[in-house]
Design a protein around this ligand. Structure first.
Ligand code: NDP
Length: 250
């Protein structure tokens, strides 16, 4: 196995795609610096990974906490090769429900969290004239569906921000990548704040055969593999956009 030895900050690392990516990159020899809010889960993950992982409790909706996570990576390892903006929530609701608190939290986490990451990472990367910023977007950043307008809006916004980042930083040796998964089996559905939708999704899932489920939902490791591929590319190669669907997804 090749030793990559890159310093990689991952937000939303306590479960799902972030945790799977942390494990895979650490196994490949990268140093992973993990951020999320649930400390017990981060502690468990770092214990499982071993010496290539450290963590800091981080709420990406708080600018200072994101800055502190980047600072930790630089203090500990002297540089920052990759920032993986992955934290996200998906409350889902009808616009007519006017759940203002959900909207604010979603925008703060899914958009501002990414911007705080970019804002903290860029000065370090510009000094290095090198760096890679990856953000987990979604098929929901390409296609709009009902009861998802705000989530869709955050993911569309992130695509625009990441493309703007690519254009602005391409001559500074800084690369940017948008990774857009389709349905992945993670804890994201637990952030849905709509009991009817949760029941509806459970019904579809429970009525499916194992084979149907296998074709309809990705594993977090499938996305981790894609991220690892991006991270392994040499400096002259930018993979700016990746869409990864389970085969049966529309
Ligand atoms: P999970 O719910 O398993 O993971 C989400 C992660 O984000 C958790 O580690 C959670 O940790 C973290 N998180 C949420 N809010 C915050 C916050 N304010 N500050 C710091 N961390 C936060 O779901 P996924 O792995 O699926 O989600 C990862 C990303 O993938 C998200 O951006 C999501 O939108 C995107 N995505 C997921 C898809 C899917 O089908 N699962 C499809 C397309 C995109 P904690 O609660 O400990 O803070």
């Amino acid at each position: 196995m090749s030793i990559q030895n890159k310093v990689v900050v991952i937000t939303g690392a306590s479960s799902g795609i972030g945790a799977a990516t942390a494990k895979l990159l650490a196994k490949k020899g990268d140093k992973v610096v993990l951020g999320a809010r649930r400390e017990a889960r981060l502690k468990e993950l770092v214990a499982e990974i071993g010496e290539n992982a450290i963590y800091q409790v981080t709420d990406v909706a708080q600018k200072n906490e994101v800055q502190a996570l980047i600072d930790l990576a630089v203090q500990k390892y002297g540089r920052l090769d990759v920032l993986y903006n992955n934290a996200g929530i998906m409350p889902r609701e009808q616009l007519a429900d006017a759940k203002y608190a959900n909207w604010e939290k979603e925008i703060q986490t899914n958009i501002m969290g990414v911007l705080y990451g970019i804002g903290a990472a860029l000065p370090v990367m510009q000094k290095q004239q090198d760096g890679l910023i990856i953000t987990t977007d979604s098929v929901a950043g390409h296609v709009v569906y009902p009861e998802s307008a705000v989530y869709n809006g955050t993911k569309y916004a992130v695509r625009a921000i990441m493309e703007g980042l690519r254009q602005e930083e391409r001559l500074h040796g800084i690369r940017s990548t948008i990774v857009s998964p389709g349905a992945v089996s993670t804890e994201l559905n637990q952030t849905i704040d709509n009991p009817e939708m949760v029941a509806e999704m459970a019904k579809v899932f429970n009525n499916s055969t194992d084979e149907q489920r296998r074709m309809a939902v990705l594993d977090p490791e499938d996305i981790a593999n894609a991220v690892a591929y991006v991270v392994a590319q040499p400096k002259h190669v930018t993979i700016s956009d990746m869409l990864i669907r389970p085969t049966a997804q529309e």
